[in-house]
Ligand binder design. Structure first.
Ligand SMILES: O=c1ccn([C@@H]2O[C@H](COP(=O)(O)OP(=O)(O)O[C@H]3OC[C@@H](O)[C@H](O)[C@H]3O)[C@@H](O)[C@H]2O)c(=O)[nH]1
Length: 326
């Protein structure tokens, strides 16, 4: 077998003259890329890139769910209700199915570079005093709003400035009858709020609070919508605790002339929490105390409207006195 003389330093070695491939080095598939990375400071550049990406994503605003340890931060100043966080949601809300968003904090921070997509929202009682202002805010925020109202105390004038807006719809409907809609959120305000109105037909009042709320909660469960109940300070009845905290259970007369409203709203809260714990419906409860402002009925017998009406009467009497006195 021929051989070729190869001079290596002080000694010559004899090698065979037929090619024989080198035996593969063990771990060559591992050591080769490592060697590639280590050459020309490539590893340093990789580590710097990872560090920049980590810092960037850490500082970017996140759209995490508003739930923190089961507490739901209701933004208004009325009441923050602690929910039982042991319940796991079994539904993906409709807007998550539609937009493929998860943990989308619909009213909160929008991830950088994304325009907030409008939601589809139904507001029961949206032609009323509080409801119509809520509708204004939602339309202004870019959402599409369906108002469901039977005009028992509400007025078309409260929402007619939205007529012609393609993102606004008005349905004359009594919530004690079931309603099928595909929306992302339900704000349930339908209920007569003033003593003058709810005492007028107490059975209808409690029916709206119980059957109407059941219908809306059933809809929320069916379509995976988030549900908000506007409750009231009347759930505390004649409170023995001042000021009331949301964990105070109240002191309510179950058989009085106001019970249709007080107990009706308490039952609505019970149903809301039962759908949350039992069916995983995402809910909010806002206990609204005395409110006042544009579109309130001056003669509805509530605290602030009574006060304003009495002041107007006194001013009118003084005006008459001064004009007659000369
Ligand atoms: O059966 C009914 C009763 C009432 N409604 C409507 O519900 C709306 C209630 O509006 P109102 O102006 O009377 O009452 P407000 O807007 O002040 O209070 C409303 O929001 C706050 C909640 O605590 C009250 O319970 C709720 O009535 C009206 O538009 C009324 O027409 C129904 O749609 N169905």
């Amino acid at each position: 077998m021929g051989s070729e003389l190869i001079f290596r330093g002080h000694e010559a070695q004899h090698v065979a003259d037929t090619y024989s491939p080198k035996p593969p080095k063990p771990w060559a598939s591992v050591t080769r890329p490592i060697g590639y990375l280590l050459r020309e400071q490539r590893l340093v550049f990789v580590l710097v890139g990872i560090a920049i990406a980590t810092v960037g994503f850490t500082l970017l605003p996140s759209s995490r769910s508003p739930y923190v340890n089961g507490n739901v931060p209701i933004s208004n100043e009325y009441v923050r209700y602690d929910f039982d966080s042991s319940t796991h949601l079994t539904h993906k809300p409709a807007y998550e199915r539609r937009f493929g968003l998860t943990n989308w904090n619909s009213g909160g921070k929008v991830p950088l570079g994304l325009k907030r997509k409008g939601l589809r929202i139904v507001v029961t009682g949206g032609a009323g005093f509080v409801g119509s202002h809520l509708v204004d805010r939602l339309i202004e925020r870019g959402d599409s709003v369906i108002v469901v109202d039977n005009f028992f105390t509400g007025r078309k004038e409260n929402v007619m400035h939205h007529f012609g807006n393609p993102r606004f719809e008005l349905i004359r409907h009594d919530v004690v009858e079931p309603l099928l809609l595909e929306v992302d959120q339900i704000y349930h305000l339908a209920c007569p709020a003033s003593p003058v109105h709810y005492k007028f037909n107490p059975v209808k009042t409690i029916k709206t609070n119980v059957v109407g709320t059941l219908n809306m909660l059933g809809l929320a469960k069916r379509i995976g919508a988030r549900f908000l109940l506007t409750s009231t300070s009347e759930v505390y009845g004649d409170p023995l605790q001042h000021p009331q905290v949301e964990t105070y259970w109240g002191n309510v007369n179950p058989i009085g002339v106001r019970s249709c409203y007080d107990e009706g709203k308490r039952t609505a809260e019970t149903l809301t929490m039962d759908y949350h714990r039992g069916a995983g419906v995402e809910v909010r409860i806002a206990r609204i105390f005395n409110t006042y402002g544009p579109r309130m009925c001056i003669d509805d017998g509530r605290v602030v409207s009574n006060f304003v009406a009495q002041v107007k009467t006194i001013v009118y009497i003084l005006y008459l006195y001064m004009s007659l006195k000369g």
